[in-house]
Unconditional design. Structure first.
Length: 206
């Protein structure tokens, strides 16, 4: 008898089989349908989750212009990696453990979310053609993203399903100049949480 998954064990424990079966049958796909593709093409942000080979988890955030996460086909997505802090936490995890979860949420209209789970790998810019993209799409990616994009993360989709709007706050976009990496018009440096100063104080005390 196959070993039960964590989901199945808890469905037994809490007697949620009927609800779970309805969800699996009516809400979950192993690919993107046209409505999901259109939804992703409108999104300007996505939350991602990865873990290393030992299961240590990391969550992160990616953003760009609408459609910056590219739908290659119904089973493949790709998102750009820009210059960051150099730690390479998410991509480092992907090199050890390809499993990835993406969470798209429309905070401004429907308040609906879309989960996309699958396996990821890193694709260098020069390797874009290996994704079997049309020359037109490759040129479009290079033209729109330009030299800012250092590389891409490609996701081979295994699951796609809705996250309902319950408890998702509806937000409003503010049309003003915002400093990068902040939600404020006031410029904030890279030590917003005073980590550097705390470490300096700790060394002084010791």
């Amino acid at each position: 008898m196959p070993k039960q998954t964590g989901e199945q064990i808890l469905q037994d424990k809490y007697s949620t089989h009927r609800r779970a079966a309805a969800f699996y049958n009516n809400q979950m796909l192993n690919h993107l349908n046209s409505a999901m593709e259109s939804f992703i093409a409108e999104q300007e942000m996505v939350f991602i989750s990865t873990s290393d080979s030992s299961g240590n988890c990391d969550s992160s955030f990616r953003a760009g212009y609408p459609g910056f996460v590219r739908v290659i086909d119904e089973t493949t997505l790709a998102y750009p990696e820009y210059r960051g802090n150099g730690v390479m936490a998410s991509m480092g995890n992907i090199t050890e453990n390809p499993h990835i979860g993406l969470m798209f949420i429309d905070f401004f209209e429907s308040c609906v979310g879309l989960h996309v789970n699958g396996k990821a790998y890193i694709c260098e810019n020069k390797e874009l053609e290996t994704l079997q993209l049309s020359k037109e799409m490759v040129n479009n990616i290079k033209e729109q993203d330009g030299i800012k994009v250092e590389r891409w993360v490609v996701i081979e989709i295994e699951e796609a399903f809705m996250h309902c709007s319950k408890h998702v706050p509806k937000l409003k976009k503010v049309d003003q100049q915002i400093e990068p990496q902040t939600n404020s018009t006031k410029k904030i440096d890279g030590d917003f949480f005073n980590v550097k100063q705390n470490k300096i104080n700790s060394r002084v005390k010791n």
